[in-house]
Ligand binder design. Structure first.
Ligand SMILES: CC(C)(COP(=O)(O)OP(=O)(O)OC[C@H]1O[C@@H](n2cnc3c(N)ncnc32)[C@H](O)[C@@H]1OP(=O)(O)O)[C@@H](O)C(=O)NCCC(=O)NCCSC(=O)CCCCC(=O)O
Length: 394
């Protein structure tokens, strides 16, 4: 058995710096079983990088056997094999059990009549009003059902006119506003208790190449593999001994949330408003579970769902001394620029150029990890705040 003390280089974002022990059992038949990473923090095990092991192998280590370059190769091979196995398991699990609830349920509308659909809810924010992203995503699904497969969603513009009631389903009534040669427009009304809660215009286009093509460059950030998920961060904060009881309760509530989106904040301090910040935040996000290739309209609907998450809060970042007593999106617009997979990591860049009159304007850009700008969005929300009595002890 060879035991190496290595330092994890992946949890720095959470200030972890955990020492990890790597134990290699030699002489076993199955190479996969030879590698066991015993970690104080499970994150370190998953994110452990072989190049660190290689670096440390030449230096200080505790050994009861021969350590040679072969061990590095073995360790690398075993780690790769373990990763392949995990990735295979992940893929088949996704396909069998973990199909995204967004496609199996939230965005899977029930057809009631021609151009009339019914949608149900999955996750409801603690405000107990329906999540805006859900209503926008469902409205886009309803609109897309009345256009041909050769058309692609390119934009939508919505007003949230009433709070959505989580106790009853939402009806979506589609009006076929216009079918043109290139562009097709649909108007969708989301209705509860006989009254509109959202009005949405969505536009679709045939594929049309153009010599005009430009985009801003994608911000340079660490890849999602080097960052922690919101749940992992919360566990990290919960492990702090001096954490205030109230903060603990709040974090546990957040953990219990079944948000069907996986989030990895680029800068957790921004995400949790731990100090005054520029009104800008970045996180990697993707639908939880598998969606699969193919249906681009569906990926746009999922992206519309995701796009309303954590967007409006960006306008609060410069004001840690205030917390929102009432925050709700008033409108939401979105533009789709290229093909993408909403079940693969995309960088969501959110910024707020303006706030005033109890409102905040926020803008978002969704980047594919290869640097292609996938979608942009824009939203204004009502923000009524009150002073924070105690500073955050996260
Ligand atoms: C409420 C909306 C925005 C319209 O407001 P208003 O015209 O004021 O409607 P009222 O029905 O008259 O009032 C509602 C509520 O607000 C109080 N109010 C009104 N004016 C003021 C004021 N000047 N000062 C203080 N308070 C005021 C009023 O008294 C009522 O209070 P209540 O009696 O206690 O109810 C309306 O258009 C609306 O609700 N639209 C829907 C918005 C919405 O639901 N958006 C989508 C959901 S938000 C979202 O999903 C973001 C989630 C983010 C999740 C995450 O990132 O974590």
């Amino acid at each position: 058995m060879i035991k190496l003390n290595i330092k994890c280089n992946s949890c720095w974002s959470a200030g972890c710096g955990t020492e990890t022990s790597l134990v290699i059992f030699r002489g076993e038949k199955d190479l996969k079983k030879k590698l066991l990473v015993m970690s104080l923090n499970n994150q370190c095990r998953r994110r452990f990088q072989t190049n660190m092991a290689e670096k440390e192998l030449g230096g200080s280590h505790e050994s009861s056997g021969l350590i040679a370059k072969n061990n590095i190769l073995e360790a690398k091979e075993a780690l790769k094999s373990e990763q392949d196995e995990v990735s295979q398991r992940r893929n088949s699990q996704y396909q069998q059990d973990l199909k995204s609830v967004l496609v199996t349920s939230v965005l899977n509308l029930e057809k009631l009549d021609v151009d009339l659909y019914r949608g149900t809810h999955h996750w409801v924010p603690r405000t107990q009003r329906l999540f805006g992203g859900q209503i926008v995503g469902q409205a886009l699904v309803a609109a897309a059902k009345s256009v041909s497969d050769s058309l692609y969603a390119h934009s939508l513009h919505c007003y949230f006119v009433r709070a959505g009631d989580p106790k009853v389903p939402v009806l979506y009534q589609v009006d076929r506003t216009r079918d043109g040669r290139s562009f097709t427009v649909r108007s969708v009304k989301a209705i509860q208790h006989g009254q509109p809660i959202l009005i949405c215009q969505a536009s679709f286009q045939t594929l049309q190449p153009s010599p005009l093509q430009h985009q801003f460059p994608m911000p340079v950030v660490p890849p999602p593999e080097d960052l922690l998920t919101v749940e992992e961060l919360i566990h990290h904060y919960l492990s702090k001994p001096d954490l205030a009881e109230e903060a603990k309760k709040g974090l546990k509530k957040l953990l219990a949330n079944e948000v069907p989106i996986e989030i990895k904040p680029v800068n957790p301090a921004h995400f949790y408003r731990l100090g005054p910040e520029q009104p800008r935040r970045l996180f990697w996000g993707r639908a939880r579970g598998h969606i699969g290739e193919g249906n681009m309209k569906l990926h746009c609907c999922v992206a519309a769902y995701v796009s309303d998450y954590a967007l409006l809060g960006t306008a609060l970042l410069p004001y840690p001394e205030y917390r929102a007593k009432f925050a709700a999106s008033l409108d939401h617009s979105m533009w789709f620029h290229s093909t993408f997979r909403s079940d693969e990591w995309m960088l969501y860049e959110c910024e707020s150029p303006w706030a005033g009159s109890s409102r905040g304007l926020v803008q978002g850009r969704m980047w594919r990890r290869d640097g292609v700008l996938a979608a942009s969005c824009s939203q204004e929300g009502v923000l009524r705040v009150k002073p924070v009595t105690e500073p955050s002890k996260l």
